[in-house]
Design a protein around this ligand. Sequence first.
Ligand SMILES: NC(=O)c1ccc[n+]([C@@H]2O[C@H](COP(=O)([O-])OP(=O)(O)OC[C@H]3O[C@@H](n4cnc5c(N)ncnc54)[C@H](OP(=O)(O)O)[C@@H]3O)[C@@H](O)[C@H]2O)c1
Length: 294
Amino acid sequence: MSAQSSIRVVILIKVGFIGAGKVGFSLGKYFAENGTEVEGYYSRKLSSAVEASNFTGTRYFSDINELLNTCNIIFVTTPDDEIYNLWTSIRNMNIRDKIICHTSGSLSSNIFYDADQSDVYSYSIHPVFPISDKYESYKSLKEACFTIEGHPKYLGMLVELFQSMGNNIIPLNRQEKTLYHLAAVTVSNLFCGLMDRACGYLKEYGFEEKQAIEALYPLVLSNINNIREKGITRAVTGPVERGDFNTVRRHIEVMPEHHRIVYSDLSRELVNISRKKHEDRNYERLENYLEGTK
Ligand SMILES: NC(=O)c1ccc[n+]([C@@H]2O[C@H](COP(=O)([O-])OP(=O)(O)OC[C@H]3O[C@@H](n4cnc5c(N)ncnc54)[C@H](OP(=O)(O)O)[C@@H]3O)[C@@H](O)[C@H]2O)c1
């Protein structure tokens, strides 16, 4: 990963959002609270645009042309699958010399195809952050790391915009982003799946879901703090790292059969990490056993 070279260009910012959902609401409110001028919202349903404009103290637009005429930075915050069609429908409107951004993690700015030919400057600006609530998530956005890639002309200005709000923002090369997005999904959405599995095991002992989450929360939090402070290898503990073969075997025996594949796969990952930590330990028996449980 290397930063693209950029020229610093300053413009009078007027932000508009197409797509009044969780990210549109949250980013708009966050911008507005931090002194960036947000003009308002256009959305598929007028009622969503009205709701977002009320929340952020901005305007709503019933006509997309009017939003494009008014704003010079347009954030497309629709679902990923809508971005291409939306771009196709607006690229011949009054968009020349404007900045167009989307917030998808999996798509690059290239989804705004032929933008350069239309003198449009395109970017993907992805919050590496879960935005789950239209009305609450903006309060935590200052903690979010963003990534950005796109046209060099306004890259520096956009980086500075986020830095001025206190965010860490990392430039990416303009390239395909699926693997990049997979990183975020692995620790965010898939983690919800893991958490659901762990809570399910505790429910067998009479825990309610909320109790289970409360019981597991300190474990999750200390673990992530250890990873952050010491790195993954030094943070790893548990039966695989210790080489407690029988404990691992009992886990495999009690879990539903369809859970084995994920447990075994991640445990083999842990064997690889543990080998780096304990070069003198022999994990071969455990590794062979895990291989046989797939
Ligand atoms: N949520 C997250 O945690 C998160 C994190 C990082 C990045 N992102 C990215 O942010 C983007 C938005 O995600 P989201 O979670 O905010 O989705 P969302 O809550 O489903 O909101 C999307 C909104 O887009 C509107 N919309 C759909 N099709 C449209 C169209 N053709 N024209 C205009 N508006 C349209 C819908 O508005 P109506 O109500 O009017 O139908 C909907 O409210 C996605 O690209 C996603 O990958 C999300």
